[in-house]
Write a protein that binds this ligand. Structure first.
Ligand code: PEP
Ligand code: MN
Length: 338
């Protein structure tokens, strides 16, 4: 349910509305617009509906959210968009953010060298998998705890906050100790116990779209995380499976404007997994920016031919620099900055 206050509502009245709702056992989410404040009421819908919300002074309107996804819907924040902070980097503002790093953390030298290259080129967040979801059980599965420690060392060396994947509820405590943002990968988009667990984390979460998931499925999965109290969620389009086999996946850029319309959550695009072919990653990155993405995530490797995973799609450092330069130009053309 969404409460919109009158333009004249005083701070004391807004505080009273919140207090009353919380006394009834519901939670609130406040977004302030130029004229009105929007108060989202979180809790069991049937129980909220019977409360006389419209009778509280300062309330102008009370509207149910009719969409199946409620907390993630754009209406819930009165049409405003949310910002999510990863370390000291904010995503969802005018300034675009580029995250990059290797698919997997492989060694101290590898992650620190790549982190420095990413930072030098203008990347703001370092990525790297310590727990890797691999199609084959015989493929490199990641360094685990050791990989997390190396990521923390790379953060220390560069100041870049880190994002890394969590695959299992049992890993939360360990990953939380090192990461600045949790990544829930495509293969786990509908792992509902994991979604609930990260929903109770203090860290932001980037939720990647499953390879066979619809946009609505993605929003419903994000709803699980917000329903547990964690509103610091980013949605990531990373390509879906189609009949096309020339590219690794089909990067669904339709999802970007649709998500920006439907949800207040920031939208990230991962063109690397989306197309899977190194030579086309930068082109799809600029296309994503033109489509309205708030952030881009790519894979960069100092020696792709030696990479333990996804070497064929990783950019070399100088290619990543070119990507950043191209993104900067397109960002300016669409009223963003970098
Ligand atoms: C990754 O980011 O390396 C990854 C495994 O991504 P996805 O979950 O999109 O396949
Ligand atoms: Mn990868």
């Amino acid at each position: 349910m969404i409460i919109v206050t009158t333009p004249e509502a005083s701070e004391a009245q807004i505080a009273h509305i919140v207090e009353r709702i919380e006394e009834w056992g519901f939670k609130t989410d406040i977004s302030r617009g130029a004229m009105r404040t929007v108060i989202g009421v979180i809790g069991d819908d049937a129980a909220i509906r019977v409360k006389p919300l419209a009778a509280i002074p300062g309330v102008e309107s009370v509207t149910p959210v009719l969409k199946p996804y409620k907390l993630v819907s754009r209406e819930f924040r009165g049409g405003n968009h949310s910002h999510v902070k990863i370390g000291d980097v904010t995503i969802g503002e005018k300034e675009l953010v580029i995250m990059s790093g290797p698919c997997s953390v492989e060694s101290r030298e590898q992650i620190i060298e790549i982190a420095k290259e990413v930072q030098k080129a203008g990347g703001r967040i370092l990525r790297g998998g310590a727990f890797k979801p691999r199609t084959s059980p015989y493929a490199f599965q990641g360094l685990g705890l050791e990989g997390l420690k190396l990521l923390a060392e790379a953060r220390e060396a560069t100041g870049l906050p880190i994002i890394t994947e969590i695959m299992d509820t049992k890993q939360l405590e360990m990953v939380e100790e090192y990461a600045d943002c949790l990544q829930v990968g495509a293969r786990n988009m509908q792992n509902f116990s994991l979604l609930k667990e990260v929903g109770r984390s203090r860290l932001p979460v980037m939720l990647k779209r499953g390879m066979s998931a619809t946009i609505k499925d993605l929003l419903m999965s994000a709803e699980y995380i917000l329903a547990e109290g964690n509103f610091k969620v980013l949605l990531c389009e990373r390509g879906i499976r189609t009949f096309e086999t020339y590219t690794r996946n089909t990067l669904d850029l339709n999802a970007v404007p649709v998500l920006k319309r439907e949800t207040h959550l920031p939208v990230v695009v991962d063109p690397t997994h989306g197309i899977g072919l190194r030579e086309h990653v930068a082109t799809m990155a600029v296309a994503a920016v033109a489509a309205g993405a708030d952030a881009i995530m790519t894979e960069t490797h100092n020696s792709p031919e030696m990479a333990k995973s996804d070497g064929e799609q990783a950019l070399l450092p100088h290619e990543f620099q070119d990507l950043v330069a191209r993104v900067r130009k397109v960002a300016e053309a669409v009223g963003r900055s970098l």
